[in-house]
Design a protein around this ligand. Structure first.
Ligand code: SAH
Length: 237
């Protein structure tokens, strides 16, 4: 194994109090910090001030760096013998492309380590008072991407199966909200099913809109909710 090392670190959903102690330890000794959008200055502030900081954040369709460029950057910095902290929102393996980055680093002969983070899929609903499971309401939950790979011709989401699962948590779903709700209703979900959209969860300016599948689209539109937001559908709302 070559000398540099890449740590894929989950930074949590936003509130710095939800960053892990392990994440902080690694940040303190990293030479290079490569970070995404939504990583607050408080968390970045745990880094060694001498470290090199590289922003690679992306907003839905407009990427500061492509995924290939990010992969190449990780390997380049590891090749310089650096301890690289790759900071990602939430947990690196939940729609974070952490798996792709880890494989790429490994294929190029460098070591990597995962520092799991508090995923927004569970913590953002929690900060809005919504448990993803509750004994009286459901026996499971699913986390789904609301933003399938652009260019996909048919949906890889099995909407019929989904409508049988207790709580559904959609990430990256604001732009596709109408499409998601339509698919759920067509697949047999009841229009009265409670639903909530939570924007910038765990941040001081968190916004929550609550309704049902019948009216959530118009309520969200009225409130002019923009990403990042999470849609939760189910009785626990
Ligand atoms: N790896 C991340 C998810 C990356 S996908 C995790 O485990 O949380 C990015 C999506 O996560 C956003 O589009 C949004 O749906 C959700 N998200 C992340 N942070 C959020 C926050 N503070 N509030 C609301 N949604 C958030």
């Amino acid at each position: 194994m070559k000398k540099g090392k890449v740590y894929l670190i989950g930074a949590g959903p936003g509130d710095p109090g939800l960053f892990t102690i392990r994440g902080k330890e690694v940040l303190e000794r990293a030479d290079t910090v490569i970070y995404d959008r939504l990583i607050g200055s408080e968390i970045l502030g745990y880094s060694n001030p001498q470290a090199e900081f590289i922003y690679v954040g992306k907003a839905s369709s407009n990427h500061a760096l492509s995924q290939d460029e990010i992969n190449a950057l990780l390997v380049k910095k590891a090749g310089e013998g650096k301890i690289v902290a790759r900071l990602k929102g939430g947990d690196p393996f939940v729609f974070g492309r952490g798996g792709e980055e880890a494989l790429f680093v490994r294929e190029h002969g460098f070591d990597f380590e995962i520092v799991p983070g508090v995923t927004s899929a569970i913590s953002v609903p929690a900060y809005a008072g919504i448990p993803v499971t509750h004994r009286d309401a459901n026996s499971g939950f699913a986390v789904i991407t609301g933003h399938e790979k652009p260019g996909k011709r048919t949906s890889s989401i099995n909407w019929e199966k989904l409508s049988g699962i207790g709580t559904l948590v959609f990430l990256m779903g604001v732009e596709n909200l109408e499409h998601i709700v339509e698919n759920l209703l067509q697949a047999g979900s009841q229009p009265e099913t409670p639903a909530a959209l939570i924007r910038r969860g765990t941040f001081p300016d968190q916004q929550v809109v609550t309704g049902t599948l019948k009216d959530i689209v118009s309520l969200v539109r009225q409130a002019d909710m923009q990403p990042p937001a999470i849609l939760v559908v189910g009785e626990t709302v």
